[in-house]
Design a protein around this ligand. Sequence first.
Ligand SMILES: Cc1ncc(COP(=O)(O)O)c(C=O)c1O
Length: 385
Amino acid sequence: MKEKQFLMIPGPTNVPLKILHTLGSPAMGHRTPEFARVLKEATEGLQKVYQTKNDLYVLTSSGTGAMEAAVANFVNAGDKVIVMENGNFGERWVKLNTRYGADVEVISGPWGERANPQALRERIAQDVQQEIKAVYVTHNETSTGVVHDVQALREALGDHPAIFIVDAISGMAVSPLPVDEWQLDVVVSGSQKAFMIPPGLSFISVSPKAWAVNEKVTTPSFYFNLQAARKSYEKYNAPYTAATSLVVALCETLKMLEEEGLENIYQRHSYYKKLVRTAVKALGLELLTSEEAGSSAVTAIKKPGNLDVQELTKIMREKHKVIIAGGQGKFKKEIFRIGHLGYVDVNDIIVTIAALERTLKELGWEFQLGQGVAAVQKLLLEGEK
Ligand SMILES: Cc1ncc(COP(=O)(O)O)c(C=O)c1O
């Protein structure tokens, strides 16, 4: 018998059983009225999660495809753009913009900390000629387990004409990100995170301010050209073959999200954060981030002493069947990460902490067996939310 596995990485995430059944439904014509209805329903459901009236498109790609669209459609070669970079995915904005020939100015900060709104405010204040065309930020920096203060960053931009672009790939439907209220011009996310379906779809919202910028952009794009998407969406069609089965499944998970309600979703994820952080501390391990900066989607834990994190994740995966993540980029060997977003519950967290305890014992880490699980159990019994 194939042993059961626990997928506890920050995406791809677990897919609910009923959604797996939906994915097995008969294929659908992508140019039919039936599929147009499905795409409309998915788009409107996504707009509710995004809390936006802005245009929103479902692209057939992983999240990076939507990130590429968020550069190619809004930046001309030579344009000055600012990237707030505190991790691997902030670096991705830098790489993408560099590849498209933008004049990229990076406001870097320590990995594991939040981007500094004051640094952005000061830079914007210096820009009297209004040369800056766009500001790129990350909502939830998956590589370090940090949720950035997007609202404060947006406020730092003030009424400067630059457009504000957010990678919310792992943060959407985990932590608050009201797109219209916070005036976020372009926001990207992806199917395989809190949307609880497999990888393959990305989502992008576009504000009227961003469309006005797009009108003046001459950067070539084809597959990710958003004007093509806008034209097709007049009839709720996609410019190229849509990933029909994934969109059907998305409609179902959006219903689940709507039933639960956004506030409850944010609260549930924040509770998982609390459980995991409490357990980790009880094991004598050190968290990478402060409580305030800590993400509700993924918790990053510093390498325990001299233990090899790659060995740790390997034992977790191969021996205990719990798949967690190592570090990324320059933190590859420095941290390991437990994902707790999407279709996760407290039982998954208990199993993960128990497996982590056995792994740590096997690696010689000194602590009293059961302490992490006990800390979680205690919180659960207190019924604290
Ligand atoms: C914050 C963030 N940005 C971008 C990406 C890249 O998305 P994808 O791997 O779907 O292309 C990820 C994926 O983990 C992510 O977490």
